[in-house]
Design a protein around this ligand. Structure first.
Ligand code: NAI
Length: 338
């Protein structure tokens, strides 16, 4: 019995049940693409999250190794691994939250749109699984190009008759995390004290930091505004170039993904006032999807906030962002409708 490496199903259930009695809700979370550059540190951080009772790790390679490794951590979440398409349905059944970082990342010289041909199909397959096995789960979509993969996921869910716009969220938290860091540097503040709303989408000029709405209230010279906007928009490329062919942001992305997933779980638990920026179905502009601040609650993005007052620089940026976004959204929708 000492050699039995995995817990049997009944002891797993006993642990989950015991936790429920202790008053902690304990959510079930799946990560699809869990063996990847983002997936692994994301899985580790979720294994450390006290709101998670069960953590399912799915990938087409190496998920048993990652699962065995993380299962030795003496934190509460029970980890289970799933390998390859035949195990996708078991990975998804019963999940409250599904986080999707599956797909190829950029190499130097590539735009996020260059990933479309490979990642669109991956996202389609995974979302078909979600529609079938956990249609009520909240979905956090990380796979790029987010501006197109979110519309793809929406079309897949519509086809399956399970679409609930509140539950489908494109993860743009890394843009906010970068903006907070870079703005704090310029202001000479601790980044934990800074909050920068970043709206629009998740690629190049569609990433629109609203520096006029920074908290604490701050003013920037035109040079600072230009520098910060460019650096925030190209933060991903900064990492891609530094990694020189070895991929894109993974560690800061895993941090950002957990920040966002944790907010979703606190929302599910019923906490009040949980706000994050995310790329969601939206009526804030004439486009069907747009990233703005949203309030996360028991049913997902329960409130989508307006942009608030913009200055002239931001109004010009907004027009550029919308132009590019419109094409990316259309490309995603057409991929499923074709
Ligand atoms: P990676 O290549 O290191 O990992 C991707 C993982 O997905 C691999 O383990 C691979 O086996 C797995 N995978 C491939 N096809 C799959 C399928 N059909 N089902 C399940 N898993 C599958 O890439 P990395 O660096 O982890 O990036 C993942 C994605 O996240 C990329 O598309 C990247 O562009 C995107 N990304 C998004 C960001 C955002 O802010 N939303 C920031 C950084 C990256």
């Amino acid at each position: 019995a000492h050699l039995q490496p995995q817990m049997d199903e009944s002891s797993i259930l006993r642990r989950a049940d015991c936790r429920a009695k202790g008053g902690s809700p304990g959510f079930k979370v799946a990560i699809l693409g869990a063996a990847g550059g983002i997936g692994q540190p994301l899985a580790m951080l979720m294994k450390m999250n006290p709101l998670v009772s069960v953590l399912h790790l799915y990938d087409v390679v190496n998920s048993p190794g990652v699962t065995a490794d993380l299962s030795h951590m003496d934190t509460g979440a029970v980890v289970r691994g799933f390998l390859g398409q035949p195990q996708l349905e078991s990975a998804l059944t019963g999940m409250d939250l599904v986080i999707i970082p599956a797909g190829v990342p950029r190499k130097p010289g590539m735009t996020r749109d260059d990933l479309f041909n490979i990642n669109a199909g991956i996202v389609k397959t995974l979302c078909e699984g979600v529609a079938k096995c956990c249609p009520n789960a909240i979905v956090n979509l990380i796979s790029n190009p987010v501006n197109s993969t979110v519309p793809i996921a929406a079309e897949v869910f519509k086809k399956a008759g399970t679409y609930d716009p509140k539950r489908l969220l494109g993860v743009t938290t890394l843009d906010v995390v970068r903006a907070n860091t870079f703005v704090a540097e310029v202001l000479g503040l601790d980044p934990r004290e800074v909050n920068v709303p970043v709206v629009g989408g998740h690629s190049g000029v569609t990433i629109l930091p609203l520096l006029s709405q920074v908290k604490p209230p701050s003013s920037f010279t035109p040079e600072e505004t230009e520098y910060l906007t460019n650096r925030i928009q190209n933060g991903g490329t900064e990492v891609v170039e530094a990694k020189a062919g070895a991929g894109s942001a993974t560690l800061s992305m895993a941090y950002a993904a957990v920040k966002f997933a944790d907010a979703c779980l606190r929302g599910l638990r019923g906490d009040a006032g949980v706000m994050e920026c995310a790329f969601v179905a939206s009526e804030v502009t004439e486009l069907p999807f747009f990233a703005t601040k949203v309030r996360l609650g028991r049913t997902g993005a329960e409130e989508v906030y307006q942009l608030g007052p913009l200055n002239e620089y931001e109004r010009v940026g907004l027009e550029k962002a919308k132009e590019e976004l419109a094409g990316s959204i259309q490309k995603g929708i057409a991929f499923i409708k074709k």
